[in-house]
Design a protein around this ligand. Structure first.
Ligand SMILES: [Zn+2]
Length: 368
């Protein structure tokens, strides 16, 4: 921590000398001033102190970053280092005073999902907007659902974002328009900002998302099934019980649509499972669609709710589109009570059968 209390005054570690009775402004236990030749000065609790506002252990990166973020975000509001929020027992790394205050959290070390969720909920309870800026450790990692689930949030003009702070370059990295293509891969754009006003004024450039490669996807499914890949076995079983093979899914399920991350192995697999399930029956209603839709999402490894964004609206859109597609293709009919199955989508037995058929189909100019 960079701010401590000394005789009822808040003091900054860079302005004081060692040997005074500093206490933590959160728990009022004694803290010690640490300074070295390489690390900027900071205060540390004594070993074993149980501070309810303990954030991550100070590192050179964290100390330096907090001070840099104060400068970088100053145009957005008067910055304050380490504001204590007694009501929610939290300490914001940097606080920006404005109509809706912003709490900046510079996250350099690992943190559990539960911890991010509880800190986020705390800030929301006070009407404060939390912004997580991720340190080097995260910047170097391959993008995973784990990180998206904890930290991704919507920013106007930028879509779903992850923010990174680099203490060496003092640049804000914005990974923006984060989404998932139908075959499951994440897609996003990256911008580096020198000035915080760019975050407000300039929108992230719109990106064309890659077109999913359907044949590669069928091959991948087949290979994963042969390897008995754990996550896919359950999906294949579900589809198999309806008499089909995953890799032989109907061509018409192909889609260029993207979803927010949270769709597990991707929208396409969700459409495959849903189609297998819905066409097992003669008719179904909206409630049944919702029930199956959620079950299919979980089956493909998806999740309805991330800490800071909701996947449910996208799932709803996916339901509507899938039903419209099959109605348009003449396999479903809309009735007052729901939908009536009036035809069966065409599945092939497996990948091999698909390849044979598409070899014939290609002469007619198959779309995918
Ligand atoms: Zn404390």
């Amino acid at each position: 921590m960079l701010i401590a209390e000394l005789e009822d005054q808040l003091v900054d570690a860079k302005n004081v000398e060692r040997g005074r009775p500093f206490v933590c402004p959160g728990c009022h236990l004694p803290v010690r001033l640490r300074r070295g030749s390489r690390v900027q000065p900071y205060f540390a609790h004594l070993p074993g102190a149980l501070c309810p506002l303990q954030n991550e252990a100070e590192s050179q990166q964290h100390v330096q970053g907090k001070r840099q973020l104060m400068t970088f975000f100053a145009a957005w509001g008067q910055p304050e280092l380490e504001r204590i929020l007694p009501k929610i027992q939290q300490r914001a790394d940097v606080w920006l005073v404005r109509k809706q205050p912003i709490a900046l959290e510079f996250q350099c070390s690992p943190i559990s999902r539960a911890e991010v969720a509880s800190r986020t909920a705390g800030y929301r309870q006070l009407g404060v907007y939390p912004m997580w800026l991720l340190g080097k450790r995260y910047a170097k990692q391959r993008l995973t659902w784990r990180t998206l689930d904890r930290f991704a949030s919507w920013l106007p003009g930028w879509g779903l974002c992850l923010l990174f702070w680099d203490v060496e370059t003092c640049l804000l990295r914005v990974d923006h328009h984060l989404c998932q293509v139908a075959t499951g891969q994440f897609s996003w754009g990256t911008s580096y900002l020198r000035d915080v006003t760019d975050l407000q004024s300039r929108s992230g450039v719109y990106l064309a998302t890659p077109r999913p490669n359907l044949l590669a996807f069928r091959r991948q499914l087949t290979a994963d099934l042969q390897r008995e890949s754990a996550g896919l076995r359950d999906v294949q079983e579900a589809v198999y019980l309806s008499g089909h093979h995953l890799a032989g899914f109907p061509e018409q399920l192909a889609t260029m649509a993207v979803t927010p991350p949270g769709f597990g192995k991707g929208l396409l697999l969700w459409r495959v499972v849903m189609t297998a399930w819905l066409f097992q029956t003669k008719q179904f209603d909206e409630q049944e669609v919702h029930r199956l839709s959620r079950a299919a999402l979980i089956l493909i490894g998806g999740q309805l709710q991330a800490v800071r964004f909701n996947v449910a609206p996208a799932l709803q859109r996916a339901e509507t589109t899938l039903l419209q597609d099959w109605v348009r293709l003449g396999k479903l009919e809309r009735r007052s009570q729901g939908w009536q199955v009036v035809g069966q989508p065409q599945w092939t037995a497996d990948l091999a059968a698909y390849l044979v058929r598409s070899a014939h189909g290609s002469r007619r100019g198959s779309k995918w």
